[in-house]
Design a protein around this ligand. Structure first.
Ligand SMILES: *Cc1c(COP(=O)(O)O)cnc(C)c1O
Length: 224
């Protein structure tokens, strides 16, 4: 049951490590159930799916929304208005756009820079050297609070290799004086935890399988 899964995961988390419940593909009823158990942080990766859910739950003032998907430039304003955290800042151009729009909207999103530590054509992200080159310019953006790095290993990478990759992310975050590392999903969160993650992004191991039905930008709120 949800309550047992939440308790089992929470019991493994040391101080300073937080659970981000990835609610993409999950109905509002499941988010409510977790919120009733005290979970505050929820992650969504598709804006069309997220906005109706956030709107439905807006009376729950304790909820904190994290955007974890690839962020298209025409969606930045919606994300800045509705999300407190953005885990997927993957270029200077995107960071500058978020900064400009956050200024206009009078917001200060907490941002994590997505970094790619291995070749992976299926994912966005900074290469570590590129991030170091542009770091000073990112730091100059006043309407974006840089709090950490986010990473996702390539699909198919072995568990031991994942542990090594996560450690590289921790080392880079420390070098940049960033507290947070958003890393670890359902299959590899123990390796991420071991390597120094501060945000574990867990979907299926927490909620159960995502429904295919929800993968179509269907209006989730109607299912309740
Ligand atoms: C879907 C998703 C997750 C959660 O995946 P699970 O394997 O279900 O835990 C985490 N991070 C990102 C960026 C995602 O898109």
């Amino acid at each position: 049951m949800l309550v047992d899964r939440l308790r089992n995961i929470s019991n493994c988390l040391p101080a300073g490590v937080q659970l981000l419940a990835v609610s993409k593909g999950q109905p509002v009823s499941s988010i409510r159930a977790l919120a009733d158990l005290g979970q505050c942080h929820f992650g969504e990766s598709r804006i069309q799916e997220a906005l109706p859910k956030i709107n439905t739950l807006k009376s729950r003032k304790r909820l904190r929304w994290h955007f974890i998907g690839r962020l298209q430039s025409n969606k930045v304003r919606s994300v800045v208005r509705s999300f407190e955290f953005i885990h997927s800042v993957d270029s200077l151009v995107l960071a500058e756009r978020i900064n400009r729009i956050s200024g206009e909207e009078n917001r200060l999103p907490k941002a994590m820079v997505q970094v790619k530590f291995r070749e992976d054509p299926t994912k966005g992200g900074y290469l570590p050297e590129q991030l170091l080159d542009e770091w000073a310019r990112l730091l100059e953006l006043p309407h974006l609070k840089l709090v950490g790095l986010m990473t996702m290993p390539p699909i198919g990478l072995g568990m031991e290799e994942r542990g090594i990759l996560f450690k590289e992310c921790r080392v880079l975050a420390d070098k940049l004086n960033l507290q947070d590392c958003s890393m670890g999903m359902s299959s590899d969160w123990k390796e991420a935890l071991q390597a120094g993650a501060t945000w574990l992004r867990l979907g299926s191991t927490l909620f159960g399988d995502r429904s295919k039905y929800f993968n179509n930008h269907t209006d989730i709120t109607k299912s309740n």
